[in-house]
Design a protein around this ligand. Structure first.
Ligand code: BEZ
Length: 221
């Protein structure tokens, strides 16, 4: 069945940026959870991988595990998912721990009935009908989806970029600013463009910001 038919039959959905993260109940390596259970002051990074015991996925999941402390520092819970059984997940977690010492210390959903992957548009049948693509959903404390990444089966994600994007979202919210190309902590941020002539005149007179032109100004935070 092609993707359009699946969408029309409502067997899969495609959440978008700005939507409330759909609720679900799921079995994970840390017990049963639902989206609504996550603490109301936490961000969530929810990510899917195509299959346990596969090479690219092992590097990616190890990346999340090794850098979990950086997600903790950004007040963020990790939540993995694949269309594998809980037994496969446990076997893989233990296998990677035995071979490399890296422990996947975050819940991984066993989405064997594909309910959650369909709900989140992680099952993209023209890429694979049986495996989830490499999706990343950034969900804020109000449970709103703020950023979505999709990668195909054959290309691993970039952990620096996942952490950078999460940090950028949080700093943008905190300071009511936007982030320029390649922004990273310590760089200048973009002041919102003026929306009236008064605001424009104010901007032109403001020497505390770096003005490239009237609608592009940067400042330190
Ligand atoms: C991998 O993680 O290596 C992989 C998984 C599914 C399809 C292709 C590659």
């Amino acid at each position: 069945m092609d993707h359009q038919n699946l969408l029309e039959e409502k067997t899969i959905s495609m959440p978008r940026i700005g939507d409330t993260a759909p609720n679900f109940q799921a079995v994970t390596t840390k017990g049963n959870i639902q989206m609504a259970d996550f603490a109301k002051d936490k961000w969530i990074v929810m990510f899917s991988h195509p299959a346990d015991f596969t090479p690219v996925c092992t590097t990616e999941m190890s990346g999340f595990a090794i850098r979990k402390g950086e997600f903790d520092a950004l007040n963020t819970e990790l939540l993995g998912l694949s269309i594998d059984s809980i037994h496969a997940h446990l076997g893989w977690v233990q296998n990677v721990r035995e071979n490399t010492g890296v422990y996947f210390d975050f819940p991984i959903i066993a989405d064997i009935d594909m309910k959650v992957s369909k709900l989140y548009g992680m099952l993209q049948p023209n890429e694979s009908e049986t495996a989830a693509v490499r999706a990343v959903f950034f969900i804020d404390p109000s449970k709103k989806i703020r950023l979505i990444m999709y990668y195909p089966l054959n290309v691993g994600r970039n952990m620096d970029e996942i952490l950078r994007a999460l940090d950028a979202l949080q700093v943008s919210d905190e300071h009511k600013v936007a982030m320029p190309l390649d922004w990273k902590r310590g760089d200048k941020v973009i002041c919102p463009a003026p929306k009236s002539l008064d605001a424009l005149n104010e901007r032109l007179a403001d020497n505390s910001v770096e003005k490239v032109t009237w609608y592009l100004a940067k400042k330190d935070i």
